[in-house]
Write a protein that binds this ligand. Structure first.
Ligand code: MG
Length: 358
């Protein structure tokens, strides 16, 4: 057996957690939503699986002695504390939670360095860059290109975007993902957050990170080296591959995933992103340049506006307006501590929450 699952966690999907726990027999499962504890406990009665509930138990799961690696796939800033716990316990991180690096990239990358821990990206674009950099440790990157599908509203103008519905926004052309990241893809905030994620993962300056629209999502991202040569990683758009790579790294393990057929994609095309219609990309670049707790502010504000958009409380374009207001009005901290980040996250959620319930 290549892998053994020692812990599983879930927010509130008790049914799936029970099903997976019965299949993989981990030592521990954590259900974050305390109200689901009894259901999980009962579902796993007699199985020998220890059941805990609540957010603080995530840190316990993330630092179990038997684990070599922790895949952090929690959505949002909640992933910060368990990721820190895992790093401090010396676990390599398979990072599927980009928000962790967006919110506290400096702190997390510094901590990982101190503990000799690898952060292996699961995000498909960053996995592509990571794969392109294997064997290039001594060579400098000139720049990277993060590819973006453009989402369901690629090519649309402001007038069109002002009236789009959540149903339309949730129909991503290439990738099957959760609701939050699908909305982020439609609004280009996902790419903005990925720019910040790339800065920290690969230690890059702003002018070394570019975004290019690539509607087919076959080239997952590219690196350009100082001799002008470019390396790209390609494959079918399926998250199984980057997950598989992160878990197997530095090896490649045989898989039966569907193979790419050139004749299905006779043309791979590219476009510049539209930064007027998709303002979130610029807001993210701006937050990255300002630094400090500003990326934390846009991340928290974005989580609130996406939720509000999914609940039909604000329009598509208003999401950027609220994020920009938060950037202007919330207190800027140049060198935040962990507590500063957590406070900024809380304050931003409250402030953005007021703006979306007006
Ligand atoms: Mg991605």
């Amino acid at each position: 057996m290549l892998y053994k699952v020692v812990a599983l966690t879930a927010q509130r999907n008790a049914g799936l957690l029970i099903e997976q726990a019965l299949k993989f027999k981990p030592a521990l499962v954590v259900i974050c939503d305390q109200s689901k504890y009894a259901e999980v406990k009962q579902g796993l009665a007699g199985s020998g699986v220890n059941v805990l509930a609540g957010e603080s138990a995530l840190e316990e799961a993330a630092s179990l002695a038997e684990a070599d690696m922790v895949i952090t796939a929690i959505m949002g800033a909640v992933g910060l504390r368990p990721t820190i716990a895992a790093i401090k316990a010396g676990k390599d991180i398979g990072l599927a939670n980009k928000e962790t690096l967006v919110v506290a990239g400096q702190l997390i990358t510094q901590l990982a360095k101190e503990h000799g821990v690898k952060i292996i990206p699961v995000d498909s674009e960053h996995s592509a860059i990571y794969q392109c950099l294997v064997g290039e440790e001594q060579n400098s990157i000139e720049k990277i290109y993060l590819t973006a599908s453009g989402g369901p509203f690629r090519g649309r103008n402001l007038k069109y975007l002002s009236a789009v519905t959540k149903e339309a926004a949730l129909k991503h052309p290439n990738w099957v993902m959760g609701a939050k990241i699908t909305i982020d893809s439609a609004s280009m905030m996902n790419k903005g957050l990925e720019v910040i994620e790339a800065k920290w993962l690969f230690d890059l300056r702003e002018d070394q990170i570019d975004v290019i629209i690539h509607p087919q999502s076959i080239i997952h991202s590219l690196v350009q080296f100082t001799d002008g040569s470019m390396k790209a990683q390609l494959g079918l758009p399926d998250m199984k591959l980057p997950i598989h790579y992160a878990m197997a790294y530095p090896q490649r393990v045989q898989s039966n995933f569907p193979r790419f057929n050139f004749m299905d994609y006779p043309e791979l095309t590219f476009q510049q992103p539209d930064r007027v219609a998709f303002r979130n990309l610029d807001l993210a670049y701006r937050a990255m340049n300002i630094g400090g707790n500003m990326p934390c502010i846009i991340n928290a504000a974005n989580e609130i506006v996406v939720k509000a958009f999914l609940e039909d409380r604000i329009g598509f374009l208003e999401m950027s307006d609220v994020i920009e207001r938060c950037m202007q009005d919330l207190q800027f901290i140049e060198s935040p501590t962990l507590n500063n980040y957590l406070e900024t996250d809380q304050h931003t959620r409250i402030f953005a929450g007021q703006l979306v319930t007006k």
